[in-house]
Design a protein around this ligand. Structure first.
Ligand code: URA
Length: 190
């Protein structure tokens, strides 16, 4: 046991999908439904995530889906820095094994691994190269469930995925494109 979330969770939710996979999606942490089933993104935000993937011409079974923390924080509170740190080794190993060309961070907790100081409202949808991988920060699907204006932004960002997957083919380095965007501070909560 690496942190105390193991005391309150029902099931650990390690992640699921093929390995290797071209795309890895990284959310925040399991919610109630995920905790019950031991699978990531199976509740309302999972349903919307599947719609978003469809907008990119992708099926859930084609991508690897995981979270920053693998156990549900009580009452769905934000994961604490110590919990994120305790689980970081699992995520790093998953990235090695899944070896995705494109990593999509969903929400600010997974974004912080690659973009520790940026704001999601400013950089969502803008891919940046990290070694062999492109990392694309996106809003968390749950954000669109309570802030409708995020929905079209997420759809637009997901629609970029096919091209990003093609661009991120091995041995095809590309230059960063990550300036601009809106500066709505409220959206940075996600
Ligand atoms: N929200 C997340 O961040 N991850 C899940 O698995 C479900 C909801």
């Amino acid at each position: 046991m690496l942190c105390t979330l193991a005391h309150t969770r029902k099931l650990a939710v390690p992640g699921e999908g093929p390995a290797p996979a071209p795309v890895m999606l990284i959310g925040e942490g399991p919610g109630r439904n995920e905790d019950e089933q031991g699978r990531p993104f199976v509740g309302a935000s999972g349903k919307f995530l599947e719609e978003l993937l469809a907008a990119a011409g992708l099926q859930r079974a084609q991508v690897y889906i995981t979270n920053v923390v693998k156990c549900r924080p009580p009452e769905n509170r934000d994961p604490l820095p110590a919990e994120v740190a305790a689980c970081a080794g699992y995520l790093e190993r998953q990235i090695e094994l899944v070896d995705p060309r494109v990593i999509v961070t969903l929400g600010r907790f997974s974004m912080a691994r690659w973009f520790p100081v940026e704001r999601i409202s400013a950089i969502h949808g803008q891919a940046r190269q990290f070694g062999a991988r492109l990392v694309v920060p996106m809003f968390h699907p749950a954000a669109a469930l309570h802030q409708p204006k995020i929905r079209p932004q997420l759809l637009e960002d997901f629609a970029k995925l096919p091209q990003l997957i093609a661009q991120a083919a091995p041995a095809t380095p590309r230059s960063a494109a990550n300036v601009g965007g809106s500066t709505d501070q409220q959206l940075d909560l996600f």
